[in-house]
Design a protein around this ligand. Structure first.
Ligand SMILES: Cc1cc2nc3c(=O)[nH]c(=O)nc-3n(C[C@H](O)[C@H](O)[C@H](O)COP(=O)(O)OP(=O)(O)OC[C@H]3O[C@@H](n4cnc5c(N)ncnc54)[C@H](O)[C@@H]3O)c2cc1C
Length: 542
């Protein structure tokens, strides 16, 4: 039987966003097809199979809120590893037969809008072509990996892997491994493999201002009780806090607190672990340099207590902050600092001795040292937030690609749609709260908003919806202004600002006003009949 080629909704991506969209679209009675570049479900957790991959939001928050799903699934750790999240996706598939509507190993290369038919034409990399009234971009924030242009990259004779293209069950033992990058991924890999490898050389440009994870095993019986008492509450709470976690920023300013109050609050947040010291701190932490310096000093003291060697102390927790604390997403670590006291681990500060070139035997730094390696791990991150969308040749009403439109900066309305691209929505992408939040919290919020919008359109005989230029301008200005009031831009290279990728426009890429403020903007538009959008009734061109 030949595959049908027209759907109400074409979804790109089969991670949390794509799966949530599919389930809700089925309930709405519409047809949908998901195209996924990877070979299975899971998105981020399918691609990022590097050793130590682990979620940084505590359970039960990092999962779907549908009771039909959580009732029969219990995670074994407060912060589960990537493998367990992959297994979770298989479980969700078993329950709802997700895969019957997914085409795997199918990378969408283009999506072109036809204004006369109110329809998208979507082309897959194997040449298949599909039509959809709606295009739902569930392409994720980190689906396009990034490797800086190192000289001699092709010269290396050993094995080289970007962290998001990891070979299954790779054995590092007895190997001399180099890791470039100490972002969240680098930290996870380093702490995981350090005990087992012959030698580990870490190339660090900026120390990661990590926080203690404080991992816990979850006991199945106890979790059943928590499910009954607290799961529903926790999921509702996700939409009431800035980050979509279960706790919120302390409204008090650090500068108004007494020294004793500050000291005790810091200790308490530190002991709780996770993001408490970041997104559960005083309200001015990310806005006032002096307050931030104080938090940094506390952080530095805590880290240095775990690093006996003074030279390493200065590299890992420098006297001068490399950037304000928390303007980059802190990694949650589990034994990261102890690693550097191992005899088989070397830390190279490439902010001083820069990477000069990759050689056939390893990596040469500007002090003339050649670090010999069998394996080179590129934990060099992603073209974050925008890369997944701009990699597709998406053309709207004026035939201009979204990549060209965004060359001088992302512009959107409500971080969900863009002027001249009708019936196209994205989830967990540019100018939404995305990476300032726990993933599923903002994903479900936006996905539900899109579903309600589709329902409204069907019920009111509306064939297309597109943001007005004015509404887009006002919203994008708001995102810029919110980004400018914080300390965010003080980090030299930050993917929050797009400045980790050479040549990319530096701008705040996400809505930094928190989930409740964002949800209010979205809801206000919806209750006013999708204010800020131009709606076209089907009869206009029938
Ligand atoms: C390394 C890493 C660690 C993270 N850790 C956390 C965490 O601990 N906590 C947290 O809250 N968030 C974390 N995130 C963010 C995480 O991405 C979200 O929590 C969530 O998984 C996003 O789901 P998604 O479905 O929107 O996107 P993704 O999970 O990224 O899925 C997008 C999918 O779209 C597919 N795709 C993209 N382009 C195309 C195309 N053209 N054609 C076909 N398919 C395409 C990709 O292959 C991918 O499978 C992390 C992100 C990364 C990169």
């Amino acid at each position: 039987m030949s595959e049908r080629d027209t759907y109400d909704v074409v979804i790109i991506g089969a991670g949390f966003s794509g799966v949530h969209q599919l389930l809700k679209i089925r309930k709405l009675g519409l047809t949908a097809k998901v195209f996924e570049a990877g070979e299975d479900l899971g998105g981020t957790w399918l691609w990022n199979r590097y050793p130590g991959a682990r979620v940084d939001s505590p359970m039960p928050l990092y999962q779907f809120s549908d009771p039909e799903i959580w009732r029969d699934w219990t995670f074994t750790e407060k912060y589960p590893g990537g493998k367990e999240i992959q297994a979770y996706f298989q479980y969700v598939d078993k329950k709802f037969d997700i895969k019957r509507d997914v085409s795997f190993n199918s990378r969408v290369v283009s999506a072109h809008w036809d204004d006369s038919r109110d329809q998208w034409t979507v082309t897959v990399d194997d040449g298949r072509v599909f039509q959809g009234q709606f295009l739902s971009l569930c392409t994720g924030v980190g689906s396009k990996y990034y490797i800086p242009r190192f000289k001699g990259l092709d010269a290396f004779k050993g094995e080289m892997h970007h962290s998001s293209r990891w070979p299954e069950d790779y054995d590092f033992k007895k190997k001399r491994v180099g890791v470039i990058g100490t972002g969240a991924t680098g930290v996870q890999i380093i702490q995981e493999i350090a005990p087992d490898v012959a030698h580990l050389t870490v190339f660090q440009r900026t120390p990661n201002l990590t926080l203690p994870m404080r991992q816990q095993k979850l006991i199945a019986d106890e979790e059943e009780k928590v499910k009954k008492d607290l799961y529903e509450i926790s999921f509702k709470r996700r939409h009431q806090t800035f980050t979509g976690l279960h706790f919120d920023i302390n409204p008090k300013l650090m500068r108004d607190a007494t020294p004793e109050e500050r000291a005790l609050a810091f200790e308490e947040q530190w002991e709780k672990g996770g993001f408490h010291f970041w997104m559960g701190s005083f309200a001015d932490l990310l806005f006032d340099q002096k307050s931030n310096d104080e938090a940094y000093a506390f952080w530095r003291k805590k880290v240095r207590e775990r690093v006996p060697n003074p030279e390493l102390q200065e590299k890992l927790a420098p006297t001068q902050p490399p950037h304000p604390f928390g303007v980059k997403r802190p990694s949650l670590e589990q034994r990261y600092y102890e690693v550097y006291s191992q005899a088989n681990v070397t830390l190279v500060d490439i902010s001083k001795d820069a990477i000069e070139e990759i050689t056939s035997n390893g990596l040469k730094t500007s002090d003339g040292v050649e670090h010999e390696l069998d394996v080179l791990v590129l934990a060099t991150g992603f073209d974050m937030v925008t890369g997944g969308i701009t990699s597709i040749d998406i053309r709207g009403q004026d035939g201009i690609t979204i990549k060209e439109k965004w060359a001088d900066g992302v512009r959107s309305y409500l971080g969900v749609a863009s002027a001249t691209y009708p019936n196209m929505f994205w989830i967990y992408g540019p100018q939404s709260p995305s990476s300032f939040t726990n993933g599923p919290s903002s994903i479900e919020l936006t996905s539900d908003w899109i579903i309600d919008c589709m329902k409204f359109m069907k019920e009111n005989n509306i064939s297309s919806i597109v943001p007005t230029a004015e509404a887009q301008h006002a919203y994008s200005e708001l995102v810029d202004q919110l980004g400018a009031v914080g300390l965010w831009s003080r980090a030299k290279t930050s993917w929050y600002m797009g400045s980790n990728v050479e040549g990319k426009k530096t701008q705040m890429l996400q809505f930094s006003g928190g989930i409740p403020a964002y949800a209010k903007l979205c809801n206000d538009s919806a209750v006013k009949g999708y204010d800020g959008f131009h709606l076209k009734t089907a009869s206009v061109h029938a």
